[in-house]
Write a protein that binds this ligand. Sequence first.
Ligand code: GDP
Length: 210
Amino acid sequence: MNEQAYDDWLEAGRLLFAGPISFELGVASLAQLPEANLPEIAFAGRSNVGKSSLVNAVAGRKALARASTEPGRTRELNFFNVGDRLRLADLPGYGYAKAPKTEIARWTALTRDYLRGRPSLKRVILLIDSRHGVKEADREVMKILDEAAVSYQIVLTKSDKLKPTELKQVVTATEADIRKRPAAHPQIVATSSETGLGIDVLRAEIAALT
Ligand code: GDP
């Protein structure tokens, strides 16, 4: 991509998220899913990975994701409508060891069924804490996505917590980790909701899918 094309690509991302964005609904079962009438991008990651913060940063809204994840809503799939052009799906965080087993089973099943069977799902943004790298629970999700041929892209969160050289090492290690995974997008995006690093790139990646 030349410089002008890159600027245009970023600008398309900026414009998409400069428009109206609203919380649509939270669902606790697949029967309640909204009609698959818009392209959908899902955000997934381990609990505490920084998912709510990143959804808010991408949307440029302070409390969009948090507002929908009040107690009782955190185990739901939450949907946001972005200018009637696309839907963001905020999936329940996984790998939270303290949750009761029955609850874990319920939300794992819901998420897995959603990921495998959603015709409008264009891509999963798979969040990895840059301090921790890829964990076993993340590999399980990647396996589901590879098997279902659902495209996914790794986005590193909390990159501000690492020194630039450390961050480079994590990016390189993660690239090696996904090289042989068939449904993984080869490009890894390092982000920080605190500093705004990579948010423009992530917006552009999403806009390019609509
Ligand atoms: P979620 O459970 O995945 O939705 O995670 P949250 O967005 O609630 O964030 C979990 C914790 O990480 C909170 O204490 C956030 O303040 C912190 N956090 C999230 N994103 C960042 C980031 O980009 N940089 C830093 N330094 N902290 C972050």
